[in-house]
Design a protein around this ligand. Structure first.
Ligand SMILES: C[S@@+](CC[C@H](N)C(=O)[O-])C[C@H]1O[C@@H](n2cnc3c(N)ncnc32)[C@H](O)[C@@H]1O
Length: 252
């Protein structure tokens, strides 16, 4: 797998997801959930379905686009090669190293947090494929309002404020922050049912690759236990509807 030398240093638990995917797929293309149509579908196919939903919503080339939380830059490469004026950011320098291993200098990527990124505005669209959960909702829409009038988000949320440390952002607060910064929601699709099988996919493989995860990533037994616990918690949160997965579009 290209990029194999650097993914071990990706922030935890993205390094775990990457480890598991790299044992299952010849090339890991994405760090996002799959959107499964059936339980026995390969995760790569389910992940591609999510990317397709995103791409369908972006303006055609040569639009200037910003990919926030570029991950492995598979989507960015696709957009760049199709003639978009696209750039991507991630605060993880190890992801940048993997991207350079894969693509050399072909892609425009910077090591930066969205909240403090100046970039080259205006962008015809800015998208967050599972990166909005890492950014304070108010800070996200405040920064976005300065550089774009079109936002696409695919991500998971808490359906109500949970008040527990480490819980996902709640959707109501996210939507209110959008409105407060002048963004009208133009689309909302509930993808929870399709995304949730990703949790089972990962959880079952944490058990399967336990020893390998310890040897390859230097995880402790306590970290493995906490991953298993977190998988159980996530499964329950999706089952009860406390966590949901959404595609959202906003315009200003
Ligand atoms: C779950 S990964 C998704 C990666 C990619 N979008 C994909 O779909 O494969 C989350 C991404 O968000 C990035 N990220 C985390 N905090 C961020 C921030 N404050 N600003 C921009 N990106 C951030 C991570 O480094 C990572 O690239």
């Amino acid at each position: 797998m290209s990029g194999a030398s650097s993914y071990r240093n990706f922030s935890y638990p993205l390094n775990v997801f990457m480890h598991i995917l790299s044992r299952e797929e010849a090339t890991v293309r994405y760090l996002h959930y799959g959107l499964f149509e059936s339980g026995d579908e390969p995760i790569a196919e389910a992940q591609e379905r999510s990317t397709e939903m995103l791409l369908e919503r972006l303006p055609p080339p040569p639009a200037r686009l910003l990919d926030v939380g570029v991950g492995l830059a598979t989507t960015l490469a696709r957009l760049t090669r199709s003639g978009h004026d696209a750039e991507g950011i991630t605060p993880d320098e190890h992801q940048i190293a993997t991207i350079r291993e894969r693509y050399g200098d072909e892609l425009r990527v910077s090591c930066a947090k969205f909240e403090s990124f100046d970039g080259r505005p205006p962008y015809e669209a800015v998208f967050f494929q599972e990166s909005s959960q890492y950014i304070d909702s108010n800070a996200l829409f405040a920064a976005a309002s300065a550089i774009t009038g079109h936002i696409v988000v695919i991500d998971e949320f808490a359906s109500r404020p949970l008040g527990t440390p480490g819980a996902l952002h709640d959707l109501g607060t996210f939507l209110a922050a959008a409105e407060q910064h002048g963004f009208a929601k133009t689309e909302e699709i509930d993808l929870s049912r399709h995304a949730a099988p990703t949790i089972d996919y990962v959880a079952s493989r944490i058990a399967q690759y336990r020893d390998d995860l310890i040897a390859d990533l230097g995880l402790s037994l306590a970290q493995i236990d906490s991953l298993v616990e977190s998988g159980d918690l996530y499964r329950e949160m999706y089952r009860t509807g406390a966590y949901v997965y959404r595609l959202l579009q906003f315009r200003r």
